[in-house]
Design a protein around this ligand. Structure first.
Ligand SMILES: *Cc1c(COP(=O)(O)O)cnc(C)c1O
Length: 373
């Protein structure tokens, strides 16, 4: 039985008609940029996130840049980011001219460790970006405390955790201004690139909205040297259709994760994801760890089971950031994670038979190949 790492087939089947209607409605509206669909989706996504405002954007990286720009982060400033995030978090920091300062994650949740964060703050720190990695909410109460004591704004990178909560409060509503991505594979995915900024602060929302549209608050009157970072009407219309299913799809991800948790407990040297007190996990990614990662990947591939690695190279060791001067050994937790992490298939529409096939293959790998190191 083949199980792809990711399949859109069953998800798309559930929304096919809605997406077709959305397409026809945008086509016939003759309004393709910044119209009623974007406004409607922004209202719905703000409500979903528990924030007063949402500003649709071209993608998640641009949303992060807009957050930093709106806060006035620029050259000479430092922004603390986790050492084990997807590179986009760091690219946003360097794109506004600021310097990334890496803080190591908690070894069990893989999310920014509030104590490491505290140690990374300096008088130059202008923002902190916790990332709700793999779909689990960060320890937002402690992160807000640590940053708040010094008056440093928090910008959540909520690209992987739409629908997650910490202490029952949605991710994307804790920080002063927050970013998310609707890249097609995210829990809420568009049919192309898309993203959003969420905030309770009306002035920051207005500034982000102005910056995303050439810096003009009135057409042809440019207050700032802005950007074109707009969300398309078409993508907004698709996202409104898919947003209605997001909670059900997240519950599906959670039940697949629960089956993995039962079926893989105590198998070989596998570390399974752990959810911390107060946090919910919407399993954008089901990430396990094993020192036999590369052999397991190959074995599963032979059995027809797709996997992925998120992420094989931490940002501080990427060629693009060679100029920052980091070396192997500088962030050992992030480096160990990169060497041992493996993502198993998890997508809405996966059947019990799919999940069972993954579990059986992983178990047989450890039974017949690697019971101990
Ligand atoms: C996907 C992702 C982004 C970037 O989103 P894009 O829409 O692809 O630009 C940023 N941060 C994290 C953690 C992501 O997973």
């Amino acid at each position: 039985m083949k199980v792809p790492y990711l399949s859109f087939t069953r998800m798309n089947d559930q929304v096919r008609e809605g997406l077709q209607e959305a397409f026809m409605s945008v086509l016939d509206s003759h309004r393709y940029i910044l119209g009623a669909q974007v406004e409607r989706f922004e209202g719905r996504y703000a409500a979903f996130s528990g924030t007063a405002h949402c500003v649709g954007t071209s993608n998640g990286l641009d949303a992060l840049c807009l957050c930093l720009k709106a806060l006035g982060v620029s050259e000479g400033d430092e922004v603390v980011v986790p050492s084990n995030t997807y590179i986009a978090t760091v690219l946003a920091v360097t794109r506004v001219g600021a310097s990334p300062v890496f803080a190591e994650p908690d070894e069990r949740t893989y999310n920014l460790d509030p104590e490491q964060l505290e140690g990374a703050l300096t008088t130059n720190t202008k923002a902190v970006i916790p990332v709700h990695l793999y779909g689990q909410a960060c320890a937002m109460d402690r992160i807000m405390q640590v940053a708040g004591r010094r008056g440093i704004p928090v910008v959540e990178d909520n690209a992987q955790a739409q629908g997650a909560t910490f202490n029952a409060r949605p991710t994307g509503s804790w920080g002063r201004i927050n970013a998310t991505s609707f890249y097609p594979t995210k829990n809420l995915g568009a049919l192309g690139d898309a993203g959003a900024v969420t905030t309770d602060d009306a002035a920051l929302a207005a500034l982000a909205a102005t910056l995303r549209n050439y810096g003009a608050d009135t057409k042809y009157h440019n207050r700032y040297t802005g950007y074109n970072m707009r969300l398309d009407e078409l993508q907004a219309a698709f996202l409104s259709v898919k947003l209605e299913r997001l909670e059900a799809w997240n519950r599906e991800r959670q039940s697949i994760a629960a089956r993995y948790g039962e079926g893989l407990k105590g198998v070989g040297d596998l570390c399974l994801p752990e959810t911390q007190a107060g946090a919910s996990h919407v399993y954008h990614i089901y990430q396990v760890r094993t020192t036999f990662r590369d052999a397991l990947v190959e074995y599963l591939a032979q059995k027809g089971i797709g996997t992925a690695v998120h992420y094989p190279v931490p940002p501080h060791l990427q060629e693009a950031y060679a100029s920052l001067g980091f070396r192997k050994g500088d962030f050992p937790i992030a480096e160990t994670l990169a060497d041992t992490c493996l993502s198993l298939p998890i997508w809405p529409g996966m059947t019990e038979a799919d999940t069972a096939a993954v579990i059986d293959s992983v178990r047989s790998f450890f039974t017949f190949n690697h019971t101990s190191k």
